[in-house]
Design a protein around this ligand. Structure first.
Ligand code: ADP
Ligand code: ADP
Length: 224
């Protein structure tokens, strides 16, 4: 089952002449895959991430996320798609500093109509899954970088998204902690999660079983 399908995607930014950030890019990610997208600064990674994350629409071509054509959805439906189909992991964790680990994770269920007790139970369960069952009531300031990123990964997973989008998830971590986080992605992949990891770092990309390269707005090594 395709979870993400980019077909002949062009993304241009206004200017004279316009900046062609992506030039007829196609890529399919199927359920259960872990794909790394690697490329240097300015190659088009953020542009891709914004399209894959339903934060932006293509200039031409189609982007389908979990079967939905983002070009045909209203802003409101796009936001709904982000909340239901996608889990985001960022370089800088983006945790709420006044909330405990478990509450930060439960936030990922806010718009899903899940009751409070269920939210907590599910958050606890995912935190255990990422190895943080002993840090439930800690706040971000009491957690290490690696632990913070595990909380963020738990938040991304708690709603059982079709796709996890990770943007430089090891970028703020030392090499060893980064390797631990990549090991966690490997475990999640083994358990069936679908993951797209975007990075400028070839060594990080090497952790993923499938790698795609982006350069000057074009993809290479796309075949699954
Ligand atoms: P990366 O994330 O790999 O650094 P980007 O997707 O940010 O790459 O950028 C790809 C290209 O598009 C670059 O040439 C960049 O300068 C250009 N670009 C990105 N965003 C904008 C924008 N809002 N307006 C004009 N050009 C942009
Ligand atoms: P980091 O520096 O931690 O990688 P950024 O703040 O640069 O993260 O965000 C990376 C991309 O994700 C940006 O395109 C931004 O618009 C988007 N983004 C940031 N926060 C969120 C969020 N809470 N939900 C969805 N998208 C977000």
């Amino acid at each position: 089952r395709p979870v993400l399908e980019l077909t002949d995607v062009v993304r241009e930014y206004p200017g004279s002449p316009p900046v062609r950030a992506l030039a007829r890019v196609s890529l399919t990610v199927t359920a259960g895959e872990w794909v790394a997208i690697a490329g240097p600064s300015g190659s088009g990674k953020s542009t891709l991430l914004n399209l894959m994350g339903a934060l932006d629409r293509p200039t031409s071509g189609t982007v389908r996320i979990d079967g939905h054509d983002v070009g045909e959805l209203s802003d409101e439906r796009l936001s709904g798609l982000r909340g239901h189909a996608l889990g985001f992991v960022f370089q800088s964790f983006h945790l709420l500093r006044h909330l405990s680990a478990v509450d930060n994770v439960a936030v990922g269920l806010t718009y899903r109509g899940v009751g409070r007790a269920q939210r907590r139970a599910r958050a606890v369960h995912v935190l255990e899954r990422v190895g943080l069952g002993h840090r439930l009531d800690h706040r971000p300031s009491q957690l290490s970088g690696g632990e913070s990123q595990r909380v963020a990964i738990a938040r991304a997973l708690v709603g059982d998204p079709a796709l996890v989008l990770a943007d430089e998830p090891t970028g703020n971590l030392d090499t060893r902690t980064g390797a631990d986080i990549l090991g966690l992605f490997a475990d999640l992949h083994a358990e069936g999660a679908t993951i797209v990891l975007i990075t400028h770092d070839e060594e990080v990309a090497a952790a993923a079983p499938r790698r795609v390269h982006v350069r000057d707005g074009r993809l290479s090594g796309v075949a699954a």
